[in-house]
Unconditional design. Structure first.
Length: 169
């Protein structure tokens, strides 16, 4: 059975941890990705990085399907921005910053590499939501959050609100 994990909320300093590369492709990695998918579905998210559940390894789960039945797992995901690219804005949300949505500009043309749970390597040029979402998730693995793209005033406002809201929760 999979377990629901606790999602860290900004400004928890643990969200600033840089995640370590995964080198062991074992049962415990499978189990964590199952638990992360369960946690993501329960929270109605489209993606989740291990950092958000206080596991500081380079693991991301995602499901971009309408019916929420196409789980994806990315181990050690990395991307390169293509020379030919535009910045495209999209209104993003984050399970670690509840109630905060903001337009974030990201490159639309990337080359993505990752490994699966068996350690096999994959490479694609993603488009649309996959491109946006994987960049958002890789930011988490680097300790970076959506609030880092907005003004200090907005960041401070959301920080204060969430500190109050999540005090002793
Ligand atoms: O559920 C999520 N929705 C979303 C919408 C637009 C851009 C990125 C995302 S990811 C987010 C889940 C989350 O916080 N992942 O880290
Ligand atoms: Ni997020």
């Amino acid at each position: 059975m999979s377990k629901k994990l606790k999602i860290l909320v900004f400004p928890d300093p643990k969200l600033r941890t840089v995640a370590k590369k995964i080198t062991k492709f074992d049962k415990s990695l499978e189990k964590l990705s199952d638990n992360m998918l369960h946690t993501m579905y329960d929270a109605n998210g489209i993606g989740l990085a291990a950092t958000q559940v206080d596991e500081h390894i380079r693991l991301v789960v995602m499901d971009l399907s309408e019916d929420r039945n196409e789980p994806m797992v990315f181990v050690n995901p990395e991307y390169k921005v293509q020379k030919e690219h535009k910045l495209v804005e999209f209104e993003e949300g984050c399970l670690s910053i509840p109630g905060f949505n903001h337009n974030i500009a990201r490159p639309d043309n990337i080359e993505l590499k990752w490994q699966d749970l068996k350690g096999k390597e994959h490479e694609i040029k993603p488009e649309g939501m996959l491109s946006i979402c994987i960049q958002h998730e890789i930011d988490h693995l680097e300790g970076k959050l959506m609030v880092d793209y907005v003004s200090a005033l907005k960041r401070d406002r959301v920080r204060k609100r969430l500190l109050k809201e999540f005090k002793r929760k």
